[in-house]
Design a protein around this ligand. Structure first.
Ligand code: GLU
Length: 505
């Protein structure tokens, strides 16, 4: 029987959730949904020196905003809990000891001074920072060099120690990556990683293998930065549970910024968000901007992330989450780095704003307008959104594009009107006001027709009058077609705006 697909996202709660992190969540989620599997969120908090207040809440908030809600997690429960590694502490020692018993790991009693001494002693120009590995192991204070009796004595006395994996000297370790195919490592290049720390907490390496096993994970997708750790994990799987039980792995390509791996600093430097949502580092109070607050729709964010490293083989770029679930396949993820292009990201958002129903956008637009002291009336809001959404890349663009509908201009771009302004034009607008006052058809077409009629009678080209008309209604040279604006504004307000502007021009 093929086991049920179970995937996991396993973040360490150490700060903001980077684009790459959300893409990892997304690919896990799509895969789980596609195969009717389960998506687990496990909090990897074994490194307590890196604990950051609020980071776990933040991760959940981001996933909720993106609509990528896990089936099992510390918040959602499940049959394989606890889902925080710090709450699973007692179980890891047992596995570490099993490895020692079988001769695959050993106790190491070296003090920080011993390690420092080792680094100084074995440092060479070719190898400036020597590792604790199979060549050096024999020269250190550990159960390999001390022997059983001395080791037992030290343990009994409660001597501080760690457990390290005993990396084989010249072995080749390989596994099949779903994206990269066969990946092979030479074990002599890998150090004897610590598995269990002096405080009894496991390191990531031991914890990830034990938990993926106990949580029956079938597929593990993670960032490319974890590829160098894979040989350690393959060996731990082999030693503890057998390679047949090992999940299938895929190491997702890096996300590249303007110069190399995309970093938080790139965001600040180039003015684009790199986190899903705003994150304030509680230690430094430094704020890193999020896609949400920048004015991205979650659907657009998900869509653009899906395409950062994957496509369905066609030119298609716009996908709903349902279409992504249907079409996603790990084999179509590229192994090379995926370049993040902010202009393209905004294009995705633009397309999604266009696609979205005015009613869906309305609450957010209303809120943004309110933040700018513009109170939007509900009767007009939907029509306005429909009219201007094609002109918005980011949600805050609605403030400029829609705000003037709800608040009369207080400044006018007179510089673009004055040079060609004259008495004849003023008289035209006075006549047009009269015409409007008695108008019964307030559709854009009717408004335009009467505008042209009055212009022709006055002997002025209608084209020369449209810009002043726009500036009267809007304040500036932007916005949708001017007769559509007047039609939405209604009779009273349109006339008011013309009159007010005539005083100023
Ligand atoms: N805790 C690791 C991280 O923060 C998880 C890596 C993995 O998925 O194996 O990225």
């Amino acid at each position: 029987m093929i086991p049920k697909v179970r995937v996991r996202f396993a973040p360490s709660p150490t700060g903001g959730l980077h684009l790459g992190g959300v893409r990892t969540v997304l690919y896990n989620y799509l895969f789980a949904r596609k195969y009717g599997g389960e998506f687990v969120l496990r909090i990897e908090d074994t490194d307590q020196s890196r604990f950051v207040e609020g980071a776990e809440d933040y991760i959940f908030n981001c996933l909720e905003w993106c609509g990528l809600v896990p089936d099992e997690s510390p918040r959602h429960g499940g049959n394989y809990g606890p889902y925080r590694q710090s709450e699973r502490k007692p179980q890891y020692r047992e596995y570490a000891e099993k490895l020692v018993e079988k001769g695959y790991a050993y106790y190491a009693f070296d003090t920080p001074e011993d390690l420092e001494k080792m680094r100084n002693e074995f440092k060479t120009p070719e190898n400036p920072s020597p590792q604790y590995d199979s060549k050096i192991r024999g020269k250190m204070r550990n159960s390999v060099t001390l022997g059983a009796e001395e080791t037992a004595k030290l343990l009994e006395e409660g001597t501080r120690h760690v457990v390290r994996i005993k990396m084989p000297q010249e072995e080749t370790v390989s596994f099949i990556d779903m994206i990269r195919g066969e990946v092979t490592f030479d074990t002599s290049l890998v150090d004897d990683k610590v598995l269990l720390k002096a405080d009894g907490m496991p390191t990531y390496h031991l914890a990830v293998v034990v938990d993926d096993y106990l949580m029956k994970i079938t597929h593990a997708f993670r960032g490319e930065e974890w590829l160098p750790s894979a040989p350690v994990h393959v060996l731990l799987w082999k030693y503890l549970f057998g390679l047949e039980a090992m999940p299938q792995w895929a190491h997702l390509p890096l996300i590249l910024g303007p110069n190399g791996k995309l970093s938080k600093r790139d965001g600040a430097k180039y003015g684009f968000p790199v986190f899903a949502m705003n994150w304030t580092d509680p230690k430094t109070n430094e704020l890193t901007e999020g896609f949400k607050e920048k004015g991205f729709l979650p659907e657009a964010f998900i869509n653009l992330l899906a395409l950062l490293g994957w496509n369905d083989g066609s030119e298609k770029e716009l996908f709903t989450i349902e279409e992504l679930i249907e079409n996603f396949s790990m084999e179509r993820v590229h192994s090379g780095g995926a370049k993040f292009d902010y202009e393209k990201a905004k294009w995705f958002n633009h397309e999604w704003i266009k696609k979205s129903d005015a009613a869906v956008l309305a609450p957010q637009v209303k809120q943004l307008l309110a933040e700018n002291n513009i109170s939007a009336t509900d009767e007009m809001l939907l029509a306005v959104i429909d009219k201007v959404k094609d002109r918005c890349n980011l949600l805050p663009d609605f403030v400029q594009q829609a705000g003037f509908f709800f608040s009369n201009p207080t400044t006018w771009d007179t510089a673009s009107v004055s040079p060609k302004w004259n008495e004849d034009k003023k008289n035209f607008f006075l006549t047009y006001i009269n015409q409007l006052q008695s108008a019964t058809d307030w559709s854009p077409v009717a408004l335009e027709t009467s505008f042209k009629e009055v212009a022709t009678t006055a002997g002025i080209k209608p084209g020369e009058l449209q810009l002043p008309f726009r500036v009267m209604l809007v304040g500036g040279k932007f916005g949708p077609p001017v007769f559509e604006i007047a039609s939405i504004l209604g009779k009273e307000n349109t006339i008011q705006r013309i009159q007010k502007a005539l005083e100023v021009f």
